[in-house]
Ligand binder design. Sequence first.
Ligand code: FES
Ligand SMILES: [Fe+2]
Length: 440
Amino acid sequence: MENRQINFFKSKDFNTVLKPFKEGTVVKIDSLDSKENQKELKVGLFGWYAICPSKELKKNKLHYFSLYDEPLILYRDESENVRCIKNICPHRGASFFGGTLSDGVITCPYHGAKFSSEGSCQNIDRITCSHIVDNNYDNYAKRIHLSQYKALEKNGYVFVHFSKNSETDLNNTSENAPISNHELSDSGFSQEDYVYEEVIVDFKCDWSRIIENHLDILHIFWVHGDTIPDKEVNKNVLVSFNQKINVTPKYFESTYYYKNEPSKEFIRIKFIPPGRILIYKGDPSISRYLQVLDHIPLGNNKARVIVRHYRKFLKNKILNNLILFKETQRKIFYKIFDEDYMILKTQTYNHKMGFINKDEIKLLGEDRIINYFWKWYKKSEDKDEPWENINNDKNLSVYDKIIMKYPPEIKKLEIINNIEIIRKTFVRFAAPLIFLLLII
Ligand code: FES
Ligand SMILES: [Fe+2]
């Protein structure tokens, strides 16, 4: 735990730069008053995480992942409900990796214990052992249950409620944590009006660095200026904006207005803890596109990002297919992630080695939201202590390959997407042309 502490919070500058915000009010950055009572986000690092798109959970397939280095599995039970269980068999502690899932029944690969929610237990929310090779079945097998976290589906995502302790019986989950804060309709847009592209990547870096990156508008112009197809975002045009910050117990958001048109929004970034960021291009009521970014703390130096790019334009499927819009969008996403990853890898190293504990770190006024996030993160880490399973032993990285499904260096995904673009271009244009020429 100690070596994960973000030491730069000890920096004098960092403690003094952030001035408090008033809850639920829109505060202009230059007018923040240090005497105001700081109202804070009430949600910490425990809560609902969007883990994967619903379509990723295939029939009879176990989806391996981890949260804060705790090995977990997602799957669909016999009623097609999503389940999130600890990847540990309660008999002798084997992983279910190599085991099977058939119509909601998980079979442990070690001694064949079978688990389903239709076990002998009265409570259907339990996942109970229904069979094990054992001569004293009644006294043993009927009493063992898998541990699980609450899971559900919404807006095409599978969410898991991560908390201090998993449960054997979901009815006993004391914390009644509504998901409403994460419903897209609560963030001012209806999913039906949009179509989206989706990209998932894994990074070998600290997940909080990625969130910080997505809260940061300063780097967009510099790092992504040559990649983002928007002439307003340009390496040579570094502009500053009027910034307004709104903090509520459930989220905080930062809105950037054009200096010459003070009522016109350039971009709005909303952070919904523990891991979701929404980026609106312009006022949400008229925004033609927005990004939903989910950050998943797989473990120490392992993080997953799910990005959905929702848009109101070019919704026609045929046209989309013809011009390979989805594929070209994905190509841009991979390039953007590649650009970010170059920074995040070394930033994570500096952060974990404690090198960012120096007075030379000085924040700009525009970094206020970053500092707010850092403070929230540090406080939440101290309060929730989610890293208790942290594994610093490189020899024990047995799960890494199983869990890191979307290659950390992302090149492979980029190459696959490029090949897909070439293949589809050939099928759509070159092949019919060759065929035509042959006929003639
Ligand atoms: S460890 Fe799973 S059945 Fe023995
Ligand atoms: Fe970025």
